[in-house]
Design a binder for this molecule. Sequence first.
Ligand code: ATP
Length: 237
Amino acid sequence: MTELYLRVENLVSGYGDLTVLRDVALSASPGKITVVLGANGAGKTTLLSTITGVVKAQAGTIELLGQDVTRTPTHLRVRQGLALVQEGKRVFRQRTVEENLALGGRHLGRRDRAAAIEVAYRRFPVLKDKSRQKAALLSGGQQQMLAIAQALVPEPEVLMLDEPSAGLAPVIVKELLATVRTLRDEGKAVVLVEQLVGEALSVADQVLVLNRGHVVIDEPASAVTEDDVRAIYLGVG
Ligand code: ATP
């Protein structure tokens, strides 16, 4: 049996009386990228927010590394190995690169935090070169790298990324996806929400497509084409 780092089953979630996700299942395994696709409003961000616990599950279960965390507060899920890089919310622009990284390890002891920051610099050498600069001075792509590096400081087993390519130039998106592949190869379980269907499929191991809060495709990437996904977006799937 494949080991699962994240297992979501029968998830129902939403906002007050509004139910957004209905009976959603998702899993993420070490060394694999699970891509989540779906048209605007399909519920992708709601799914990630419910997995982190910022939005409460109305029903269903969320297991992280074999532990039921469905009712666990967000900060404890983070300590148990979950990280989310939120869409658009990149970094603290008025803080330096190093201060941003330190924030990612604020619950670590001083020594562990320093060691983790060194690991971040090895992963992303450009951040070391700019460690004392304000994050605002980084390019958009570098800010996204910093956001990812910050999320990685506590060495989470599960890394979730919400539309990391948003607003970035195609050449930077390529670099970013290469980074995501490297993290997969390091053994992270990656959950990647994307709008760029072709690019996302090119790195995916497993593909989940949401349509109006329902899972309509959950298949290995080799079984899913861009046309399959587009048909769902256009409402003909
Ligand atoms: P996008 O690609 O546009 O980010 P998405 O697939 O991530 O879309 P969600 O952001 O999860 O979709 O939104 C799903 C539904 O939930 C939408 O109908 C949206 O209006 C609603 N929604 C999202 N956030 C909230 C909120 N904080 N309060 C109420 N409704 C919300």
